[in-house]
Design a protein around this ligand. Structure first.
Ligand code: SAM
Length: 286
């Protein structure tokens, strides 16, 4: 069944009385070039189990299942299950979990379904939860090699910005803390049904095997990042004094030690400087 053929898709959807939910971010891919490219760039190959988030009618699921050993997908919308039963009928290596990804036991799914395999995540993400899903995948420290996802173009720009520049945000630091991120290719709005009001891009995050900081320092690092970026136009001394209870003098001391200006803003620090800064401030505040 050709799931990028508009006629076929319309026929299946109308036969099942399906109407798109805007709230669930349902924009399905109809450009035939996109899903094979996501699968090929996303580790969908022998030896891998792929965790997919949000199947829609299974257009990407199918490309993943053709290439990887197994695919387990989490889809919140119960109305899609009978459709998937039809569109994925030829595949015996796909499992669908009718759950909310934010609440699902993703580690349990990986351990149960992908024993003996490596794991990667591939998805055309529902845009209303792009950052929460990415941070959930990273913070849960799931045993995954890579996350290859379609996101809104602006989100891709922020995620792939260089830490230490104005384009970066807390999410940029978060992603760069756990791995390396790059944009793979852009996707125009006309590649979807229905067409959204924005263009998209596919990014890939490769996860580091070992954590950068130890447990307590890691927690403190993210407190600094959250506090600093919530008031990013303020100096670090001001934002960390008001949000974290640091003394301004402590912040000045650490900035001086790192050869930075006392009036530095968080957006000026690169990844290494941020890690060194938070670890040293943590020490002084103990
Ligand atoms: N992969 C399909 C494609 O590319 O055509 C669908 C992508 S569509 C942008 C996002 C999908 O995520 C929808 O099928 C939607 O129902 C599902 N979804 C939305 N919120 C979800 C959640 N919290 N947990 C799991 N799936 C969700």
């Amino acid at each position: 069944m050709e799931l990028t053929n508009i006629g076929t898709v319309k026929e299946i959807l109308s036969r099942h009385g399906f109407s798109f939910s805007k709230g669930l971010g349902q924009n399905f891919i109809i450009n035939p070039d996109i899903c094979p490219k996501i699968a090929e760039n996303g580790n969908a190959k022998q030896g891998y189990g792929i965790l997919e988030i949000g199947t829609g009618i299974g257009v990407l699921t199918k490309e993943l299942a053709l290439r990887a050993d197994k695919v387990s997908a989490v889809e919140i919308d119960t109305r899609l299950l009978p459709i998937l039963g039809e569109t994925l009928a030829d595949f015996d290596n796909v499992k669908i979990y009718n759950e909310d990804v934010m609440k699902a036991d993703l580690l349990g799914i990986i351990e149960r379904d992908f024993a003996g395999l490596k794991t990667a995540v591939c998805a055309n993400l529902p845009y209303y939860i792009t950052s929460p899903v990415i941070m959930l995948l990273l913070e849960s420290r799931l045993p995954i090699d890579s996350i290859t996802v379609m996101v809104q173009k602006e989100a891709a720009q922020r995620l792939c910005a260089k830490v230490g520049t104005r384009d970066a945000g807390a999410i940029t630091v978060g992603v760069n803390y756990y791995g390396t991120v790059k944009q793979l290719f852009g996707v125009s709005r006309g590649s979807f049904m229905p067409a959204p009001n924005v263009d998209s891009a596919v990014i890939r995050i490769d996860l580091d095997k070992t954590p950068r900081l130890s447990g307590e320092d890691e927690k403190f690092f993210f407190k600094v990042v959250k506090a600093g970026f919530s008031q990013r136009r303020k100096t670090m001394a001001n934002s960390l004094a008001s949000q974290l209870g640091a003394e301004k003098e402590q912040v000045y001391t650490v900035l001086r030690e790192l050869g930075l200006s006392e009036s530095a803003r968080i957006e000026a620090l690169d990844m290494e400087q941020l890690a060194a800064f938070s670890t040293r401030l943590h020490e002084l505040m103990k």
